[in-house]
Design a binder for this molecule. Structure first.
Ligand code: RIB
Length: 309
């Protein structure tokens, strides 16, 4: 079984469903408010576990009531949670609006996620020795993320990095990253290259590969994904056409399913299709980690699609 360690964030998502987002200075009423367990790290961990991997999560929660709700959600989804640390203060919170088209907008208040330190990771370093993949995002503090990248690289573990929220990635860490997965907005921020067409997408991916990244997966929303390998060979994989209800965590679902199905840094077309199917199912469901499909659901979806061809 593929063994994955996720070092990342856990948030309580406070979600307001609206018909459309308010204009500047406008006040609108929410149609409904939900409290959903989420956070990019937790979502990716759950997506990988439900897609069939053995997953250990390392992260931090506060000492408020959201902490226990998140812990039971993550462990109830099959993720090993005993490395999660309690910090004084608030658990991470994401304030989310989801509009009538299913599109989301997120403001993150990092809380305990920002308190996960290099020392905390050093206490759990032994567990890295048996991992196939380490997955990281950008909702914990950068020093910790960088340390995990470097330690994983030294141990020959495949490093998956999702730079969300977007940041400038220091050039001296690019070679630690085996698989960089990012959307168009993140790719523009990271590379400075506008991704307004295929040419921009290829240029940005090639820039990252030339900088030292092993492989790049650029997610292109309903246009699918573009994979670029270390020799700059490019492959497009289309997305599946579904009715969007809530796009929250679709990218996280894609990443977790991709890692579980690949098990290493060697990405195949089949693994990208599996990840796309997982993301497609997620956007037909409300919530973050609570809406992530399991392996049988993803396989059944792909079987149905193939039988319609
Ligand atoms: O990617 C979706 C996630 O981003 C949400 O669950 C929210 O917590 C934010 O971290």
């Amino acid at each position: 079984m593929v063994k994955i360690i996720v070092v990342g964030s856990m948030n309580m998502d406070i979600v307001n469903h609206v018909l459309k987002r308010p204009l500047p200075g406008e006040t609108i009423k929410s149609l409904k408010t939900d409290y959903n367990p989420g956070g990019k790290g937790a979502n990716q961990a759950v997506a990988a576990a439900q897609a069939g991997a053995q997953v250990i999560f390392i992260g931090a929660v506060g000492n408020d009531p959201f902490a226990s709700q998140l812990l039971s959600a993550i462990s109830g989804s099959g993720v090993q949670s005993n490395f999660i640390i309690h910090k004084d203060g608030n658990t991470g919170v994401a304030s989310i609006t989801v509009d009538a088209s299913g599109e989301n907008h997120i403001i993150l208040s990092e809380g305990a996620n920002g308190l996960l330190t290099v020392n905390d990771i050093q206490d759990s370093l032994d567990v890295f020795d048996t991992a196939d993949i380490v997955m990281l995002q950008n909702e914990i503090n950068w020093d910790t993320t960088r340390y995990v990248m470097e330690e994983s690289y030294k141990r020959g573990i495949s490093v998956y990095f999702n730079p969300a929220p977007a940041l400038q990635i220091p050039s001296d860490v690019l070679h630690f990253i085996d698989v960089l997965i990012l959307n168009e907005t993140e790719a523009e921020s990271v590379t400075g290259i506008p991704i307004s067409n295929d040419y921009g997408a290829v240029q940005a991916s090639v820039k990252l590969i030339n900088g030292g990244v092993g492989n790049v997966v650029l997610t292109l929303g309903n246009k699918g994904s573009m994979f670029t390998d270390s020799s700059c060979n490019v492959m497009y994989v289309p997305s599946f056409d579904v009715q969007a209800v809530d796009t929250t965590a679709a990218g996280d679902t894609f990443i977790g399913a991709l890692a579980a199905s690949t098990g290493s840094k060697d990405i195949s077309e089949e693994a990208l299709r599996f990840a796309s199917a997982a993301a497609a199912i997620k956007i037909t469901r409300k919530g973050a980690l609570g809406g992530i499909p399991n392996k049988s659901e993803i396989e059944a979806f792909l079987t149905t699609i193939n039988s319609k061809k």
